[in-house]
Design a protein around this ligand. Structure first.
Ligand code: PHE
Length: 470
């Protein structure tokens, strides 16, 4: 354990940084779009249940491992289980960081471009015209150069924050951006609710229609609960490793989960009230943010300002998450290889950006113009995967890497490290709060079993074409 390891400056700083990691594109883009496609309220209920059962116990587990070892994932598993294969759970996390950040950085770039477009009044010509908004979005993401420029700027900002370190970079920027996200989103939600017909959006989001609740929506909700609270790749181990022994890890985890969920729901309210007030289609999937919103914002008073606010807050949410992903990789090279923070950040931030370039290019591999001609640049890296490289990286991380990492973390505590050791670290900083180890064991066991089943179901589906559920 190095003597001069960096630490958080304050309790609130740590909670804001960890919730900054959790609150991201997952909350504001993915959650509303999958809830919209999967029946709204019913999906929301399953999602909340998954977060409370599986999410909470694994966030606490990651914090405990990080604080105990004061190391990032690879070193942490190695210290708690020396000379075993458990360190591979840590390596899986570092690999997942590469995979996620490569496409996350591309989406971060799209958001920057949409800030520029909305601010310069570019959405006005898309007003009420979903087709035009869709064509604009598609032609942007499939073009060769301009998405790359925005992606590189986004990744540059990410590197800039991480280089400044834990307290002077991550904590400082999270303390500025997290409150701003809440304020901007709150204003957008109030604006949406006061639009004529906006309240229909709220009942869509919260009224459970169980006939819409398919088994595949349940699987989706579980996978999403890992992604949205940044679980399964050691982000929370890394952030927990910068803690001293004074924090109550259960209340910290509850705060992170609460903020993450509250912001996802608030984003749902802001988006669906506006969508319903203007009679747009709520089940647009991924196009909800980049296609539907640009076509409806110009129709409300002050639309340019509201649209710019929305994309600025989405950018801040994306940046605070992206830095937490890069920090996992950076911390690995600092802890295990003795590199300087600057060298680790620049080198690996750069490599991830290059992988991201291929994610972006894979979307424009094939572009059919109005005459049926393929005018794409043909860089179709993963034709054999049956999907673009971008989608492959997204699916690989959300469906496999994060759930498997989370499941192995729970199993590690139950089977290797031992509940007694785990509980004695967990209880430090908890003062009077009592926690039954039976409950902790039950929650970790339930979480590991649910995830194991879901992963098995997914692999079974990939092999046989039939799912056990879903
Ligand atoms: N939680 C982030 C989001 O919701 C994504 C993320 C996943 C961040 C894994 C870190 C690790 O967008």
């Amino acid at each position: 354990m190095s003597q001069n390891r960096e630490q958080w400056g304050s309790k609130i700083g740590f909670i804001l940084a960890a919730s900054g990691s959790a609150v991201g594109i997952g909350n504001i883009w993915k959650y509303p779009s999958i809830a919209g496609e999967n029946g709204g309220g019913a999906f929301t209920i399953v999602y909340l249940a998954c977060i409370l059962i599986v999410g909470l116990s694994i966030v606490v587990a990651e914090f405990v491992i990080g604080r105990k070892t004061q190391l990032s994932p690879v070193g942490a598993f190695e210290q708690l289980a020396p000379k075993t294969n458990w360190k591979w759970v840590g390596y899986l996390g570092v690999a997942a960081a590469f995979v996620i950040l490569s496409f996350y950085g591309v989406v971060g770039g799209w958001i920057l471009k949409y800030i520029v477009d909305s601010f310069s009044g570019g959405f006005i010509e898309l007003s009420g015209n979903t087709k035009a908004a869709e064509a604009t979005f598609n032609s942007f993401i499939t073009s060769t150069l301009s998405p790359l420029i925005y992606q590189i700027i986004f990744m540059g900002l990410c590197i800039f924050v991480i280089i400044k370190g834990v307290k002077g970079g991550i904590e400082k920027w999270s303390k500025i951006m997290m409150p701003l996200i809440v304020v901007l989103l709150g204003a957008l939600a109030i604006r949406g609710m006061t639009l004529d017909g906006g309240m229909a959006g709220i009942s869509f989001l919260f009224n459970p229609r169980f006939e819409d609740l398919t088994a595949s929506a349940i699987v989706l909700a579980l996978g999403h609960s890992f992604f949205t609270v940044s679980l399964g790749m050691g982000t929370m181990i890394t952030y927990g490793s910068y803690l001293n022994k004074k924090q109550n890890l259960v209340t910290s985890a509850l705060w992170v989960i609460f903020l993450d969920t509250a912001i996802a729901l608030l984003a749902g309210v802001a988006i669906f009230t506006t969508v319903f007030a203007l009679g747009a289609d709520p089940a647009q999937g991924p196009g909800l943010i980049f296609v539907i919103l640009p076509s409806i914002f110009p129709q409300i008073a002050g639309g340019t300002v509201w649209a710019t606010m929305f994309f600025v807050l989405l950018f801040m949410a994306a940046l605070t998450s992206a830095i937490s992903i890069l920090e996992v990789v950076t911390a690995y090279f600092i802890d295990q290889k003795g590199w300087s923070r600057k060298k680790a950040t620049v080198q690996f931030g750069g490599i991830i950006t290059i992988v991201g370039v291929f994610c972006s290019l894979s979307l424009g591999a094939e572009v059919i113009d109005g005459n049926g001609q393929d005018v794409g640049h043909g860089i179709n890296l993963t034709g054999f995967l049956g999907m673009s490289f971008f989608d492959f990286m997204d699916k690989l991380s959300a469906k496999y890497m994060l759930p498997i990492g989370g499941m192995l973390t729970a199993i590690f505590i139950l089977k290797k490290w031992g509940l007694t050791n785990y509980m004695s670290e967990l209880k430090i900083g908890m003062d009077k709060m009592d926690l039954s180890s039976l409950l902790v064991r039950a929650l970790l066991t339930i979480s590991a079993s649910i995830v194991a089943f879901i992963i098995f179901n997914e692999i079974y589906f990939q092999i046989t074409g039939k799912a056990l559920i879903g």
